[in-house]
Structure formats: structure tokens, C-alpha cells
Design a protein around this ligand. Sequence first.
Ligand code: TMP
Ligand code: ASP
Length: 235
Amino acid sequence: MKKAEQLYEGKAKKVFATDDPELVIVSYKDDATALDGLKRGTIAGKGVVNNRMSNFLCSLLEKNGVPTHLVEELNDRETLVKKVSIVPLEVIIRNISAGSFAKRYGVEEGIVFAEPTIEFSYKNDDLHDPLINSYHALALGLATKEEIETIKTLAFKVNDILKEYFLSLGVKLVDFKLEFGRLSDGSIVLADEISPDTCRFWDAETNEKLDKDRFRRDMGGVEDAYNEMMKRVFG
Ligand code: TMP
Ligand code: ASP
């Protein structure tokens, strides 16, 4: 598959056209941002970790009946995926209190929930991705009622599969963010990435952070954390 013109450059990835209008190539960068792009840096090797881990997890999800955009990993940083129109919602699942949940509700991090939670943010940089409920998403025409139901069902299914998988690697899946897209036939698939950029991973024994929070919070050991997650997944 030939890489054609660049269609888009985001904070962590570039997207290129191909000679097939239904397929695009995603290229993962080492660039990292946090706090709405206010904090910038690079995490050496992050693009490789995120590309390979995301593809591995998408394959695992596909095997378990979750449709994803994945077509084929092309090399360490690039993957052929189905072209989607992204539903402008960040879908966040939480198993344990952390981050903005702990801050918003004034609780400590580390409270294990009896049931996972779901929330949506409206993907809109100018508005700083505000929290949104499904009624407001519907009112704004961001997705249909059926799409929102599908997205909720798939997001909890992803959590069931990934929570169990990561626990087998000695990692707690604290929370994560998903994005979904529409294929040309209108069907909903899981898109974007699943990586230490978009998940909180805590070591099951020590609760050591093995994700982008080390960058967000200037904790150091950022590359080591990404490499450790790579080692757990690929051995
Ligand atoms: P939060 O606690 O800051 O709301 O983050 C919840 C999860 O979503 C966490 O695993 C990190 C991920 N996340 C993203 O992937 N992108 C973002 O822009 C934000 C704010 C969070
Ligand atoms: N990626 C987001 C940004 O650049 C935030 C984050 O992941 O914390 O603002």
C-alpha cells in the first residue's frame, strides 16, 4: 500500500492517504503533549511502543468480537487502518479513581469501584474537551441514539477484555480513553489508539505508574515506564 499525501497531523500522530479511498496510514510520533497542549515534550521511542501495543490490543479485541479500524501493521511506527469519520466524543472508562475524577469529586486516587464508570468528553480543543452527557451529545448532533448505545456497549466490553488481559501481566487498568469512528457504511468501529498515552496502568503489586502520568506530572522515568509496558506485553 503506497503512502500518499498527508491528510492530518495531530499531537501524537500523522494520517496519510493511500491509493484506496477506504484506507489510511497512521504514523505514530514521539511527540507528547498534556494539559491541552500547554505542556510539550518528546518521549523517545513512544511512537513505536504506542503503535505496536495499540495494534496488539486491537487484534485481541477483534478476536473477542469488538470491531476496530485495524487492517495491518506496516512497520514499527506505521499502520494501515480503515478510514473513519471520528465521532467527536472521548469515551472514558474508569475502574479505579484517579486523575480528573479524583480532582472533580475531591477523593483520593486508588478507590476501586464496584462497577466501572463511563463518561464522555466533547472533542473540541477550543472548548478544552468539556465533559458532556449523552443527551447533550444527541442535542448537538454529535452522534445518534443508536450510535451512543453501541459505543457504550462496546466500551464496557473493551474494559472487560483489557482489564483481565492486563491483570494477567501484573498491571491494573485504572482508566482509559477510547475513540470510535464511522466507516463509509455508517457502522461504528473502535479507532484511534490504546496505549500508555491513553490508559492509566499501575503495577499490580506496587501501584507504580507505568503510563503518561509520569510525563503529565513531571515524575521522571517516562521512557522506562513505556518500555516496561512494552516488555510486559511482548515479553
Ligand atoms: P482524566 O482522569 O484526566 O480525565 O483521564 C482519564 C483517562 O483518559 C486517562 O487514562 C488518560 C486518558 N486521557 C486521554 O487519553 N487523553 C486526554 O486528553 C485526557 C485528558 C485523558
Ligand atoms: N493529550 C492531551 C493534550 O495534549 C492531554 C493528555 O493526554 O493529558 O492536551
